[in-house]
Every structure is written in C-alpha cells, then in structure tokens.
Write a protein that binds this ligand. Sequence first.
Ligand code: GLA
Length: 391
Amino acid sequence: MRAKNNTLVFLSGCALVLLAACKGPATGGSDGKDTAAAVAVTDTLNPKNFEAVINGKNTKLYTLTNKSGASVSITNYGGRVVSLMVPDKAGKLVDVVLGYDSVQTYQKKGEPYFGAIIGRYGNRIAKGKFTVGGKAYQADVNDGVNTLHGGRKGFFGQVFDAEQSGQTLNLTYTSPDGEGGYPGKLTVKVTYTLTDDNALKIEYTANTDKETIVNLTNHAYFNLNGAGDSTILNNTLMIAADGITPVDTTLIPTGKIQPVKGTPFDFTTAKAIGKDIGTTDEQLKNGKGYDHNFVLNKNDGSKPIAIASSPVTGITMEVYTVEPGLQFYSGNFLTGATHDGKGGKAYVLRSAFCLETQHFPDSPNQPAFPSTVLKPGQTYHTSSTYKFLNK
Ligand code: GLA
C-alpha cells in the first residue's frame, strides 16, 4: 500500500578532508553570488569518539568505502550520517555534510538532527494530535505547539542494531508500542549502501502490530562547497515541483497546494539558493527562509527530483525518490553560536541545506494529502538516493 520508495544517494568518508579551494573566508550574501569555498578538511574523525553505551546499547562508527575511495561514515546512534566524502572536480575528496566529531556532541540539547534517521513521523503534526484506527492519539509536543520529527523519543536519539557487510550497513530498531505517543510496536530496518558510482542509497522498511502512521526520512545537512564555514547561498538547486504546501506561522500546512510559478519557490529551473531568499514573501517569512514541503511532480524514481551543485567544488548531487514530497530547508535555524562542528567549525546561518524526501507534513490531519497509515500485515517500504557527480 504505502509502497514508498525514497531513493537518496550520498557519499561520505570517515576522515574529513579539507580542500582549500577558497578565496578567503566564506561569506554569504543573499544575492546568491557567494563564491567562498569552505572545505575544511580534517583527517581527525576518530572512531573511538563514537564508542559509547547509550540507552544500554553500544554505539560505534561504521565506514563504507567504495572502489574509488568515496566513503560514508555512519553511527548507529540515530543512524546518523556523520561524514560523506566525495570527489570534487579535481578529484579531491570533500566532506559535504555537517556533523560532529563525537557521539556525545550529537546528544547535546537543541542538536538539529544532523544526518539522522527521522521517525516515526518526519516533520510536523499539528499539536501532536492525530486519529488512526478510530482512536485519537497525542504525540509528544516538542516544537512550540506541534510535534516535530517524532518528538523527543524520535529515532534520531535511538540506538540501532548494526550489521555491516562491505559497502552496506543494515540498521534495525524496534520502537515499542506507545513510544513518543505513537501506537503499535514498529519494527524498522534502514539500509545504507554506498555504490561504486558514488551514490548513497537509503532503504527503509517498517512493520507494525497495530494500525499506526509512519513517515521516515533522513536529515542530512549538505554543503556542496564542503562542510565548514561557507553558506550554501551559492549552491544551485533544481526541484521538479510545480507546487508547495504553504504553511502557517507554526509551519503547519494550510492544506492548500500553492503553485510555485512567479514566486521565490520556483526551482523548476536551477537557480542559486540565495537568489530569491531575501524576497519579501509571506511563505519565506513564515519559514524564516525555505522550510517547505515541495509537491513533487509525478515521477517513477528513474529521474532526479532534485539536483544541487556547487560552483566552487564542481560537486553535483542528484536526489531520487518516489516519495510525493521533499522538504527543502535552508538551514535557517543554524546560528554558528558554537564551534563544535567537525574540525572545530561553527555552522553559521544557512551553512547547509536539507532535502528530506517524505510524505507531506501533518498528513494524518489532512485527508486530501497522500496517506501515511500503516496497518498490521502491510510493509512500509521506501528509498532515497543521493548521487554525486564531479564534473
Ligand atoms: C526540519 C524542519 C525545520 C527544522 C529542521 C531542524 O527541516 O522542517 O523547521 O526544524 O528540521 O532544525
């Protein structure tokens, strides 16, 4: 039924490399002409810093490396993508995701879900309330008046069982009935595969023993200049979506679909993320920038639904999925207040973007949106691929 099929592709590595393709410190105007490079590289990502016991379970760092040397490092704490090393136009490996050097830093209060598996429900549910199987439920409210990304017991803070086999990492987690306020014991499996053509594929399956709702995604923060100090305002982006689901001031969809044509939300042709972000627009105001669900045009998963690119490194990322929606978030809540990013970096405002494949936010309360209901006997399945090119 919910034959979801996200396909995300990423790349990564365990050591961060910094490229010094820069012209100076990263700056970030809103004109999209930011030419700063970033790319701090460090080779200091130390697997030992990910060895801990959390919730009574062991955490570790796992690294998948492909034949050309691209790599992704993932911890089973929240299933987080910690680094993703992909070749730039000169063939040097660049870390394109934000993250931390230790599992303890991922546990800090207010941590913005860096690289995490998001569940049970990606994005927001109005006031945390929903009805499924004829019963009303109250999910944990953790974002003002709403629930966001599964609430405080979300998968981002759970320890998965992990099994690596070559370039594949299998993560499993059983969420007990009632966890975070959601009904049903939910058995979840997430498989990360790094392919030899520099694609990170993430596959999700889930089963329940009680009628419930599910909406799984990954919350990687990308900067194709290289994770570091620069903003992403010069990264270009195409999203194959003719509409968005506009939101109120608490980022809950109004239920309408708004055409992007003639608005700052028109990414149907690639443009710099910074090009229109400073425009006076009610939706940009509500989101403090882009923080919206794009209603993807019909696609069968064979063509990219989004393409991002850095003029500095030449790295291009294609995103594939058959999910109906894509949350494009322009890092509006990053502040650069702390210097605890990998290699001591401060992740400043808009120093990364997220492209979260998903069903629409608040679907359980919006009958016109595609359903997120999962029943016993059904298997939830979706996948997303983030594929990297360097020409
Ligand atoms: C999602 C949300 C944003 C924000 C980030 C995390 O992308 O839509 O509003 O909460 O996660 O900070």
